[in-house]
Design a protein around this ligand. Structure first.
Ligand code: ZN
Length: 438
C-alpha cells in the first residue's frame, strides 16, 4: 500500500507535467534518458547493442522505446540468438481537449476577447465550464534555416469557458445541449484593459522562448489547471485531469524503464491520436510500430524468417483505462463483470473483438498478475450498450501478435477531471514489471 501511494503521487506529478501529448512524450523521453536510453532518428541508420535501451519518436507526440536482452555472445555482436520475440505494452499520450484554431481571437462588443477552438476527441463538454484553463502544445519556428518545433506551456490561469446563469436558462438542470461553436469558446481578455487582438500569440511566443513573428505554425490545446489530488476518508481515491490514458502511460514507462529482459526485446509504445480514431501517421493505426519492430530486426541482422518467428512469439498488452462500476449508476455496468476502483487491473473482453483479449491472452495476463501478487478483475460492455474502442485491435491489425486489452478502473472517463483508485497504478507497475522481466 505504501508503494502504491508513492506510485500514485509520482503518477499525478507526471500528469501535471504533461499538459499536452507533446509534453507527455517529452517527459517519457526524460525518464528514459535518466535510465541511459539513447535516441534514434527514423531518418538515420540505426546501430544497436545488446543490453542497451533506445527510443524513437514520431511527430513529437508518439514514442516507441525498446530494450534489447543482454548478449550471450552466440553471434558475437547482438545477442540475436537469445531473442524469442517482442514483449510490448502500448498506451496513448492524448486526452480529449479543445484545439485552438488559426486566427483564434475575436472580440465581443468591443469588451471581451475570446478564442475560437474546436473539439479534440469526445469530452464531456459541461465539465470544461467554469474552470481555470491554460494553453499548451507546440509551435513550429524557423531556426538557422530549418523549421523546428518548440514545446509551449503558458502555465498561467489564462482562460475560462463561462456557464450561462441559471436565471438565463431555467432548464439548465434538465439537460443542456452544448454547441461547441457557441457555448464552449473560452474568454481570454478584457478589451477595456487595452487587450485587443494578437495578444495570445505574443504570450505563446514568450512561453516558447521565440519571437512572435518567428511562429509559422502551431498545435495548441486548452488544458485544465486543476492539479491532481488524493482524496477520500482514507485517501483511497484520486482526482486528476488526463488519467485516461496517462495513468497507464506512467505505469508502462515505470515498469519498462528499469527492466532488463533476458529472452525478449522489451517494447514500450505510446501513441498519439487514440481519442480521434488513431488514423494518423503517428497513431496506433499507422506503420509506426511495424516500421520500428522491423528496423530493430534489421539492426540485429535478423532475416525475414527470423523476424516472423519473433513476431509469432510476441505478446502485446494494450493498456487503456476502463470503466469502474458507477456509485450512482451501478445499472450501467455489465451484470456480471463489475470492476471497482482499487480492485486491480481490469482485463477487457469484447465478443466482436473491439478488445483484442481472447482465452489465451487473458490466461497469460492473469498469470502475470498472479506472479506479481496483484488483483485483477474483468470488464465487458453491457450487451445493449455500445462501448469505446482502443489501441489493441488497431495495432494488431498492423503487427499481428497475441494481445490482451487491459486498463485501470476509473469513473467519469473523458470528464475534465477523472476519478481513480489510489492503489491501481502500483498494481499495474508490478504486473508489467513481471512481464518485462521474462
Ligand atoms: Zn483511453
Amino acid at each position: 500500500m505504501k508503494d502504491n501511494q508513492k506510485y500514485a503521487k509520482e503518477m499525478l506529478d507526471f500528469i501535471e507535467k504533461s499538459p499536452s501529448c507533446f509534453h507527455a512524450v517529452a517527459n517519457v523521453k526524460r525518464i528514459l534518458e535518466e535510465q541511459g536510453f539513447t535516441e534514434l532518428e527514423e531518418s538515420q541508420d540505426w546501430t544497436v547493442e545488446a543490453g542497451r535501451g533506445y527510443y524513437v519518436t514520431r511527430n513529437d507526440s508518439s514514442i516507441i522505446a525498446f530494450r534489447l536482452p543482454g548478449s550471450d555472445d552466440t553471434d558475437g555482436v547482438t545477442g540475436r540468438e537469445n531473442v524469442d520475440g517482442f514483449h510490448m505494452v502500448a498506451a496513448h499520450s492524448d486526452s480529449p481537449s479543445f484545439k485552438i484554431k488559426e486566427s483564434p481571437e475575436s472580440t465581443v462588443e468591443n469588451h471581451y476577447v475570446r478564442l475560437n477552438t474546436e473539439k479534440y476527441g469526445g469530452m464531456i463538454l459541461s465539465t470544461w465550464l467554469d474552470r481555470a484553463l491554460s494553453v499548451a502544445g507546440r509551435v513550429a519556428v524557423k531556426e538557422k534555416g530549418h523549421i523546428v518545433t518548440k514545446l509551449v506551456n503558458v502555465d498561467k490561469d489564462l482562460l475560462v469557458i463561462p456557464n450561462v446563469a441559471i436565471h438565463m436558462n431555467r432548464d439548465m438542470n434538465r439537460g443542456v445541449e452544448y454547441n461547441p461553436q457557441v457555448d464552449m469558446l473560452p474568454l481570454f481578455a478584457d478589451c477595456s484593459l487595452g487587450n485587443k487582438k494578437s495578444v495570445l500569440m505574443k504570450r505563446v511566443a514568450k512561453a516558447a522562448g521565440v519571437k512572435q513573428e518567428e511562429i509559422l505554425g502551431h498545435d495548441l490545446y486548452l488544458y485544465i489547471r486543476d492539479k491532481g489530488r488524493i482524496w477520500g476518508e482514507n485517501g483511497e481515491f484520486l482526482l486528476s485531469p488526463r488519467l485516461d490514458d496517462l495513468q497507464c502511460v506512467f505505469a508502462a514507462v515505470k515498469a519498462f524503464s528499469g527492466s532488463m529482459p533476458e529472452h525478449y526485446i522489451n517494447v514500450c509504445a505510446v501513441f498519439d491520436n487514440e481519442e480521434v480514431g488513431s488514423g494518423t501517421k503517428q497513431g496506433a493505426d499507422s506503420t509506426f510500430l511495424e516500421d520500428t519492430l522491423w528496423r530493430i530486426g534489421e539492426s540485429l541482422k535478423a532475416d525475414r524468417s527470423k523476424y516472423l518467428q519473433w513476431i509469432a512469439g510476441s505478446f502485446l498488452i494494450s493498456a487503456d483505462n476502463a470503466h469502474a462500476v458507477h456509485p450512482n449508476h451501478p445499472e450501467k455496468a455489465d451484470p456480471t463483470n463489475r470492476p471497482y476502483l482499487n480492485g486491480g487491473i481490469v482485463i477487457k473482453y469484447h465478443g466482436s473483438q473491439k478488445y483484442a483479449t481472447d482465452a489465451l491472452s487473458a490466461a497469460r495476463m492473469k498469470e502475470l498478475c498472479r506472479q506479481a501478487g496483484v488483483p485483477f478483475q474483468s470488464y465487458a460492455n453491457r450487451s445493449d450498450i455500445l462501448g469505446g474502442s482502443t489501441l489493441g485491435n488497431i495495432s494488431t491489425a498492423h503487427v499481428s501478435v497475441s494481445s490482451v486489452d487491459i486498463g485501470l478502473p476509473q469513473l467519469a472517463m473523458h470528464s475534465a477531471v477523472e476519478t481513480a483508485g489510489v492503489k491501481d497504478t502500483g498494481y499495474a507497475v508490478e504486473a508489467l514489471k513481471v512481464f518485462y522481466g521474462e
